[in-house]
Design a binder for this molecule. Structure first.
Ligand SMILES: O=C(O)C[C@H](O)C(=O)O
Ligand code: SF4
Length: 514
């Protein structure tokens, strides 16, 4: 095989997967948008997502800044050289990282040191299987860390909050899957897709659950029992009211695919792989002689994302209160904000995520953070030829990971706003009230939408120590739109949605499958 050409084909597959959402996923998102009433938070969030998908394709830049764990599933003819293919794939991954199509996402598990090229022990994931065809089929999944954190595995029998006992039967499985959707709330960037495996062991169960994500969204399960379970879950999980980004709404789940594997008599696992709306999976069929792409998978028709809708930044017209603010913020400005307001932010924001929060607890900040805005974000950055940093993608990361640190940091540095996604807990809510600060929920995954708001990169700290995603970037933003979901009066939309969705979950406790 022409390996140089094979590498180019893989590079193209990586770029397309990261930047151009497949047709079936686009259709599912457009259907979800059509179900929401205009002007609601869910509709605004979905319109922003639609904008973002279009922008990513136009800019050939990552849909979401977290380009995930590159996972290649390859079927190849007998005799194809897997060692050489692996080498070519690794080279293509490193090149896509250098060009800002993937974020450098591979870090040492203990020190957090970033390898800078997405390579390292266990990365990327490459699985080969032989088949009796002449072509090579390569499927790629770029599944981000936030939704990966929402995967869950149950061992039956177990007790589930709201649902009671899940026995070792189909109805027990039903309860586990409903609970899996509930426990994700908006944190895995709902509306999401789930792949489920009933049975197997802890490893094969998760593996098979993830493989279900390669099924087209609109396909039908060949197993009638599993088909019925999928239909049940799609209908009832969408009654939980978690909605897009956990803002409430009609659509919580965009797809549910279930498989089963035989298990040992002693074990009964239900494994659930949760994928965000930014469901980046694509595939190609490659000619095993030339290394050229013969055709694309998941691209049955072009599904253009419409322009000119009422997205978050345009929310003013719809009855939502929109407040335009420029940093640094005053206590008065912040105390005036209420849950549900849309804030349009201008001025300087400081990115900071896991490494920075841990650091700031017992160190000084290199910049004065009083009145400042911390943005939970790990952007994709590349240096242009003139040596200036360019933002390639910059959406929010899951904020709850900073819950152990955030309250102390707000108090210590006088921060007035925290931007992230998925909401935070009681400790932070208390600090917001005490100090006069707010939590702003940006639209998770909308990395092009937010990168477009960055007017200038004014500096960076801790780049060497923490690496690109974890560094503290000073970003000057314009028209950065986010929703107040936790205010300085003790209100939290996340608490409310969690409570109401729990009540809806509990209504589904009665047995359905005998
Ligand atoms: O790492 C990130 O930028 C985001 C992550 O995928 C998340 O959802 O929290
Ligand atoms: S930020 Fe959201 S959309 Fe992006 S990878 Fe994480 S869960 Fe997915």
């Amino acid at each position: 095989m022409d390996l140089r050409q094979f590498k180019e084909s893989i590079y193209e597959l990586i770029v397309e997967t990261s930047t151009n959402l497949p047709a079936d996923v686009r259709r599912a998102i457009l259907r979800a948008k059509a179900r929401e009433d205009a002007g609601t938070r869910a509709a605004l969030a979905l319109a922003t997502i639609v904008d973002n998908i279009r922008m990513a394709e136009e800019n050939v830049s990552p849909i979401c800044q977290d380009t995930g764990m590159p996972t290649f599933e390859i079927k190849c003819p007998v005799g194809a050289n897997q060692i050489e293919m692996k080498k070519a794939i690794r080279e293509a991954v490193a090149e896509a990282t250098k060009n800002g199509k993937l974020r450098p996402n591979s870090v040492d598990p203990i020190t957090g040191k970033n390898t800078g090229d997405n390579l390292g022990p266990g990365m990327p994931v490459i699985h080969f299987e032989q088949w009796e065809h002449d072509d090579i089929e390569v499927r790629l999944l770029l599944k981000g860390g936030g939704c990966e954190n929402k995967n869950i595995q149950y061992s039956l029998p177990c007790e589930l909050p709201g649902l009671g006992r899940a026995n070792r039967d189909l109805d027990g499985v039903r309860k586990c899957i409903l609970h899996a959707v509930y426990q994700a709330q908006g944190q895995g960037c709902s509306a999401g897709f789930i792949g489920v495996c009933i049975g197997g062991d802890r490893t094969t169960g998760y593996q098979a659950a993830k493989e279900q994500l390669f099924r087209p969204v609109d396909d039908v399960n060949p197993d009638p029992q599993l088909r019925e379970l999928e239909a049940y879950i799609m209908e009832h999980a969408n009654k939980l009211g978690i909605g897009t980004m956990g803002f409430g709404g009609q659509t919580t789940l965009l797809g549910c695919k279930i498989t089963k594997l035989n298990r040992l008599p002693a074990s009964f696992f239900v494994s659930v792989a949760y994928n965000c709306w930014a469901f980046r999976r694509m595939g190609v069929v490659i000619d095993a002689q030339t290394g050229k792409i013969k055709r694309w998978l998941y691209r049955d028709e072009p599904v253009p994302m419409p322009k000119g809708q009422e997205d978050l930044a345009a929310a003013g017209g719809s009855g939502t209160r929109t407040v335009v603010l420029t940093t640094p913020l005053t206590e008065e400005q912040v105390r005036d904000l209420r849950v549900g307001d849309v804030v349009i932010l201008n001025g300087l924001v400081y990115t900071g995520r896991d490494a920075l929060h841990k650091y700031l607890v017992d160190h000084d900040s290199p910049v004065d953070l009083r009145g400042g805005v911390i943005y939970h974000c790990g952007p994709v950055m590349v240096k242009d030829e003139a040596g200036n940093w360019q933002v390639k993608a910059a959406g929010p990361t899951t904020s709850i990971r900073e819950e152990p640190y955030q309250a102390d940091i707000i108090r210590k540095f006088g921060i007035r706003a925290v931007i992230g996604k998925g909401g935070m807990g009681k400790k932070t809510l208390e600090a917001l009230k005490e100090c006069g600060a707010v939590y702003l929920n940006a639209i998770g995954g909308a990395a092009q939408y937010y990168a477009d708001c960055v007017e200038a990169v004014e500096g960076v700290y801790f780049l060497e120590e923490f690496g690109i995603p974890e560094a503290m970037w000073l970003l000057r933003v314009k028209n950065f739109a986010a929703v107040v979901t936790m205010d300085a009066h003790g209100n939290s939309l996340h608490e409310d949605v969690e409570k109401s969705s729990f009540e809806k979950l509990a209504e589904l406790a009665a047995p359905v499958f005998k």
